[in-house]
Ligand binder design. Sequence first.
Ligand SMILES: NC(=O)c1ccc[n+]([C@@H]2O[C@H](COP(=O)([O-])OP(=O)(O)OC[C@H]3O[C@@H](n4cnc5c(N)ncnc54)[C@H](OP(=O)(O)O)[C@@H]3O)[C@@H](O)[C@H]2O)c1
Length: 288
Amino acid sequence: MKTTSNQQTALALNDRITLVSGTAMPPLGLGVFQVEEGDDLIAAVKSAIRLGYRSIDTAAVYGNESGVGQGIREALLETGLRREELFITSKVWNADLGYAETLAAYELSLQKLGLDYLDLYLIHWPVEDKYQSAWKALEELYLAGRVKAIGVSNFQTRHLEKLMQNAEITPMVNQVEFHPFLTQKELLDFTRKHNIVMEAWSPLMQGGLFEEPLLLELASKYGRTVAQIILRWDLQHGVVTIPKSIREARIAENSQVFDFELSPADMERIDGLNRNLRVGPDPDDFDF
Ligand SMILES: NC(=O)c1ccc[n+]([C@@H]2O[C@H](COP(=O)([O-])OP(=O)(O)OC[C@H]3O[C@@H](n4cnc5c(N)ncnc54)[C@H](OP(=O)(O)O)[C@@H]3O)[C@@H](O)[C@H]2O)c1
């Protein structure tokens, strides 16, 4: 296993990006948004771990932490891996933001997952006037050794700046929508400057990029799929990525992105696709 800073490209699925906490974060994981509890979810988690994934990204609001936990337990039994070899992320939902509420939400997530700690716990959305008190709770969990790393999600630069004004600990990760139509350059520069690892949600734009001519051209040039071109572009930006699939063949395909390299010119061409286009809500304008 090799560890890299958040500005270098991981060279293998078992490389790790070192967060400021010293926690080793896999460069690529499995997302499980919109996957209901049940056999498909359990099978996807097990396939991913069997195929070498070590990171699973869930959230309280996905309503699937129990199934993720079940998949993890079955995969550990099947593979002989230890819990410590996995990197499990969950997120506190907006309704539970607040010091006491967030502490309670963490316990509930652990209970549903059947785990005694998480590797990464995130504030899911920057609800004004609420994320600061929730951050206090995350800091306390981290300082007490109850969680390996803490971070945020959907934070814009202004949210990060505001949080960091009074925070004891700077967020270690910011998980945001990031793909070739939403390249987040300013936010990426800011997070790099502050040693915050950026993590891409909806890296495949939920399927919205597969007909993009430039990506098809590059897929043909490199002998890869469009999904692989996009995920490789994430990694070469030093951005952790968590594509979602419930299909074993795609879970495998999405992880086979460590044995080729996009040229600097092709990286720039993909950057040039940016349209500031979102598939998800805008963190500057949401009401949930
Ligand atoms: N923090 C947040 O607010 C937030 C918001 C959204 C998502 N997330 C996280 O980010 C993860 C990923 O984002 P996402 O689920 O929104 O979307 P995504 O990963 O961009 O795209 C998933 C879609 O692409 C399909 N797909 C996956 N691999 C493919 C491949 N190789 N070829 C063709 N199609 C493929 C999947 O279908 P199949 O499953 O049928 O293969 C699914 O329809 C989520 O699961 C979640 O963990 C976080």
